[in-house]
Structures are given as C-alpha cells and as structure tokens.
Ligand binder design. Structure first.
Ligand SMILES: C[S@@+](CC[C@H](N)C(=O)[O-])C[C@H]1O[C@@H](n2cnc3c(N)ncnc32)[C@H](O)[C@@H]1O
Length: 196
C-alpha cells in the first residue's frame, strides 16, 4: 500500500470525507496534462487530494481549511511525503479568507469545502483563476439530488441542494466561462475561461 492509499484508508476509517478514486484519477490526469504551477484548494481535510495532485506535478499549493485537527493531520502527512515546502496552509473560514487572496493567480483551483457556500464564494474565486487555468468543484451533483431527481432524504440537505443548483446555473449562464458538468464521483463542475 502506498502512503497515499494509507491516507485514503485512514480518512474512510475515521469518517473524514475525501475524494473518491474516480475523482483522484481525474485530478491526477489534469495535473499531468496541464502541469499547473500554482494550485488553490478550498477544503483540505487531511491533505489527501492535495497530496494526490502534488504527487504528479511540481506545483505549489495554497490551502484554505478551518478544522484544526484536520490541519494537524495534514501537516504530518505533508511532512511524511516531503511536500511541506510546497504547501501554504491558511487557517480559517474560507469564505472570509478567500477575498484576501485577491491579486493572486492559480492554474488549478479545486473547490471541496462547504457545499452550501459554493455560490457565495464564486465571485471571489473566478478572479483568482489564471487565463488558461481550470476550476474544478466537487460534489456538485450531491448524490443525485441536484439535477438527477434523487429525493432529498433530510430537511438539513435542502439548503445545500438549492445552493448547488443555483451554483451550477450561475456557472452555466456566465458568458465569460465554459462549464462542463461531469458525472465523475459525486459530480464535478469543470470551468475554464473563454478567450475573447
Ligand atoms: C470534503 S472535505 C475536503 C477533502 C479533501 N479535499 C480531500 O479530498 O482530501 C471538506 C473540508 O472542508 C473544510 N471546511 C468546511 N467548511 C469550511 C469553511 N467554512 N472554511 C474552511 N474549511 C472548511 C472541512 O473542515 C473539511 O476538512
């Protein structure tokens, strides 16, 4: 078992949600072909998806994460993998921290933080995407509830589903970007900037 596989196993054992194998494969292929130099990840958990990406390209990554226990585990994992110097962890609420990144540019942005707040973060995320960059959001189909007619099992999911629907509609209606919705894992929205 590789250390990446051990990280995934640890996350599943401890109910820490991390990307599924199909999403890992998609992100790693993207990193191999696009060769990003700068990555922004919103929602790091224990650093599994970040490590998957860092293992196949030579990018540096900026992380936004609020959970202190997750951050402690992620730091240990990055240390073990020799990635510490390539990772900058910003501790705090991503919604509040994102506007502070204004002026920076990222070749790959991976959004995997609070699902009910994707829409709110969008205006702060899009300006951070470099002209040839790719912006990938995870869980946008949210177990089939967003667009595929799956019933919403708990009232507490209603807000998240509504927000994700609005998030996808907003992306698709934006004339400055191309959006593809992929049925990979729990649904990926893949956004690139249109050339004028
Ligand atoms: C799905 S997990 C990320 C998994 C990770 N991308 C991976 O696949 O290895 C979501 C993470 O977002 C973090 N998170 C949730 N709300 C947040 C917020 N408002 N600000 C920053 N981080 C937040 C959680 O603590 C959790 O670690």
């Amino acid at each position: 078992m590789t250390y990446l596989d051990e990280m995934e196993h640890f996350a599943r054992q401890n109910n820490i949600p991390v990307i599924v194998p199909a999403t890992r494969e998609y992100l790693q292929n993207l990193c191999r072909t696009k060769k990003p130099k700068t990555i922004l990840e919103i929602g790091m958990a224990i650093g599994y998806s970040a490590s998957c990406m860092l293992s196949v390209c030579d990018a540096n990554i900026v992380e936004l994460e609020a959970s202190l226990p997750n951050i402690e585990l992620a730091r240990k994992n990055f240390d073990k993998l020799g990635y510490t110097n390539r990772v900058n962890i910003i501790v705090g609420d991503c919604v509040l921290e994102l506007p502070k990144l204004r002026g920076q540019q990222f070749d790959l942005i991976f959004l995997d933080g609070p699902k009910g707040r994707y829409l709110e973060m969008l205006p702060d995320i899009l300006p951070l995407l470099s002209p040839d960059g790719v912006f990938v959001s995870d869980n946008v189909l949210f177990r089939g509830m967003v667009r595929d007619g799956a019933p919403i099992p708990f009232p507490r999911f209603e807000h998240t589903v509504e927000q994700l629907r609005e998030f996808l509609n907003t992306l698709e209606q934006d004339p400055d970007i191309n959006t593809e919705i992929l049925h990979i894992g729990d649904g990926l929205a893949v956004v690139t900037k249109r050339k004028n």
